[in-house]
Ligand binder design. Sequence first.
Ligand SMILES: NC(=[NH2+])NCCC[C@H](N)C(=O)O
Length: 318
Amino acid sequence: VLVGHPLDTVKVHLQTDDPKNPKYKGTFHCLKTIVRKDKIRGLYRGISSPISGIGLVNSIVFGVYGNVQRLSDEPNSLRSHFYAGSIAGLAQSFVCAPMELAKTRLQLSTQIDSGIKFTGPIHCLRYIKKTEGIRGAFKGLTATVFRDIPGFSSYFVSYEFIMRQKEIPNVPYTLMAGGCAGIASWLACYPIDVVKTQMQADALGKNAKYTGFMDCAKKGFEREGAMFFFRGLNSTLIRAFPMNAACFFVVSWIMDLFNKSGMDMDHLGNTSSKIEELVRSIITDNSLLVQIISTQQDIAPTYFTSNIYNDSDDLQPK
Ligand SMILES: NC(=[NH2+])NCCC[C@H](N)C(=O)O
């Protein structure tokens, strides 16, 4: 977030720039203009929102994704990663939407005058709830759901796909896979992100320019053509690579640390007689085979199936 937020601020400014009278000529010009007017501070406005919310968002994302994927009937198929990613995207939207609403309002606080100076995301959301009700605090939720279902299914499918191209992925390869997954994910949902930002930057209540997601997309297209849906894409893609390289790498590293502690292996037993007993039962009892396979999923050395797939191919269902 510390590295990525300035580029996120540039994105939000470009997405909400006035097309008739544009302030910014491009990514770099926008960055320079913000710094010239508002110092480095301008780039970091609103950072408190993702700093305090991204932990919860990512625990929902990776928790839901991992569990849905492992519990599906074909855990190793790309299809199961696709479904698990979609459900994770949906699940995190309910936290992500208000978090990004506060972020957007704070990032644009020098542009939109709400008549009040917010001290942080909670203050901002409280104010919105007080003046507009709880619905106001969830402004942009529909757009967030539409964005993050394709956003996170493409995220996990592409990561998994890239990781499978290499027998034993090393550190640079893993970082590259995460970075590319981030880029693929944003390419898959970018037009919807533009609409989401417009919705969240829009005034509330009677002063609102747009009545909803479709209205905003339609008006944007009529006003600017297809270009409307791609404003700010450059800064998003530049940000996505380091951000998601770090994210995937840290998740699999932490999961490795947990798994190496060996706690999960206890229930398998460690004497050869126990193993022999298991093997005998597998031969005679098919339902046990299913059980063993799911046990293997649990003790696999990393969170991501690609690694289970590479490390212990012979233990897999196929
Ligand atoms: N469109 C998405 N939400 N894609 C998933 C990427 C999420 C990641 N936290 C990022 O901001 O880059």
